[in-house]
Design a protein around this ligand. Structure first.
Ligand code: COA
Length: 430
């Protein structure tokens, strides 16, 4: 960890301007740090192996394994939605952080596969959790989205505009796959991961973040939707299209660049980093990036063989599994790095504190848990009550929009009736 001892005091503002750094040195209380205090993941139960895909498209287990490292992925059932997966991941993250939904100030969901363009997935999660004080919005930056969202939440905490944020990455890629396109359908899977971010005077947490975009590569990877003027040949509405080779080249190059930049912005060197948690797209991308960075491939955490590419969900899912497997320890410096459609990329350095407060046990933990459960039940009934209230109120008062439209419609019909019995030419005859 080298010089971490003194770094921990001051590099929470890594990459900040000199004036604010001087102000923070003179007044260390001023610095607010954004820590990950809870994390959770959820994947559908259904495991789909490469062998099963052999029956669907012209491919082989051997091809998929050797070109990508993927062995299986999770595919959502008809009853699953991006909201149900995100909600379960969020509940687990709140449990782990021991935070009540009503204490949340902000919910950001990074997704490219929302149920609706709007209302956002984040608003649905806010409603299901009963997070009545939280602002909520979706963020679209493809597979880089989770790190973008993490940075937005952390910045809001560091400026003291909020105290607690829930950051989610969630995708139902199976619904936007063209199951006739063997070049893409074997690569993706479904899932969700969430973290709770909290402000603290303790140094650490998110140390630096590098965000980037190059829209000149827009055609290389995407999901066309309703706002387009036309759809090029070979693409389909709401289906993923990709130029695999070009995306591969971009991914290797941008991973090494952005990882280096983020580590530099945190005032650290590669030797200070214990683990890199990359977007899980392809094991060969990780092999090539490790070679380019001159580090062992084992520095990259990988679970791509289990889940394939879950887009914005892949980094928080990998984070949860890396922590569970003991790959992240308190005070480790870890790098999160994502890349994807846009083109976009994002890399962040985090000093991991685990859960900074003592974990409740026994009765205390059960009580805290039951307070959250009560809030979820209350959220369910609040939702029902609000819907009923709106319906009753609309029928009692009448909806102004509906009435206006009906009045106009009636007026149009009256004019047409008049014209029929009394055509304009026949009126006021000379
Ligand atoms: N099974 C069998 N053969 C397949 C196949 C599949 N699932 N998909 C493609 N092929 C074939 C191609 O049709 C091509 O055949 P041809 O030579 O007869 O034309 C051949 O395999 C080689 O295709 P190519 O695209 O050159 O393979 P590749 O080695 O580049 O591997 C990817 C393809 C998609 C695995 C690889 O390009 C990749 O991983 N790119 C990055 C994708 C990614 O990470 N996207 C998400 C970013 S967020």
């Amino acid at each position: 960890m080298g010089e971490n001892g003194n770094l921990r005091k001051g590099h929470g503002e890594g990459g900040g301007n000199p004036l604010s750094m001087v102000r923070n040195i003179l007044n260390p209380q001023h610095i607010r740090h954004a820590h990950i205090t809870g994390w959770g993941m959820e994947v559908p139960n259904r495991v789909v192996t490469n062998a099963e895909l052999e029956a669907v498209v012209e491919t082989t287990d051997e091809w998929i394994r050797s070109r990508t490292g993927i062995q299986e992925r999770r595919i959502a059932s008809e009853r699953d939605s991006v909201v149900t997966l995100a909600f379960e991941a969020a509940r687990k993250a709140l449990d782990r952080a021991d935070v009540l939904p009503t204490d949340l100030d902000m919910i950001i969901v990074a997704t490219s596969t929302p149920e609706d363009i709007y209302p956002t997935t984040a608003s649905r999660i806010q409603n299901l959790l009963g997070a009545t004080r939280a602002g909520a919005f979706d963020l679209s930056a493809a597979c880089s989205g989770f790190v973008y969202a993490l940075n937005m939440g952390a910045q809001a905490i560091r400026t003291r505009s909020i105290e607690k944020a829930l950051i989610i990455g969630a995708e139902l890629n199976s619904r936007v796959l063209d199951w006739n396109d063997r070049g893409t359908c074997v690569l993706f899977g479904d899932g969700a991961g969430a973290v709770v971010l909290e402000g603290s005077e303790d140094a650490g947490g998110l140390l630096s973040c590098v965000l980037g975009s190059d829209g000149s590569g827009a055609e290389l990877l995407g999901i066309p939707t309703v706002g387009r003027s036309s759809i090029p040949d070979g693409w389909a509405l709401h289906k993923i299209h990709m130029d695999g080779r070009e995306v591969f080249r971009f991914a290797v190059h941008i991973m090494q660049d952005s990882v280096r930049q983020a580590i530099d912005a945190a005032g650290l060197g590669m030797n200070d980093i214990q683990l890199i948690i990359p977007h899980q797209a392809n094991q060969r991308i990780l092999t090539a990036a490790a070679r380019a960075l001159n580090i062992p491939e084992s520095m990259f955490y990988s679970n791509v063989h289990r889940y394939g590419n879950t887009s914005a969900a892949s980094i928080p899912i990998a984070l949860c599994e890396a922590e569970r497997e003991g790959r992240i320890k308190p005070e480790d410096n870890i790098v999160l790095v994502g890349f994807g459609g846009g083109l976009t990329w994002a890399a962040a350095v985090i000093q991991w504190q685990g859960v900074p407060r003592p974990q409740k046990r026994g009765l205390g933990a059960a009580l805290a848990q039951s307070r959250r459960e009560v809030q979820y039940v209350a959220a369910f009934w609040r939702d029902r009550a609000m819907r009923t209230y709106r319906r009753v109120e609309a029928s009692l008062r009448g909806s102004p929009a509906k009435n206006a439209a009906m009045r106009e419609e009636r007026e149009k019909k009256r004019r047409k009736r008049d014209d029929l019995v009394d055509p304009p030419n026949d009126r006021n005859p000379k």
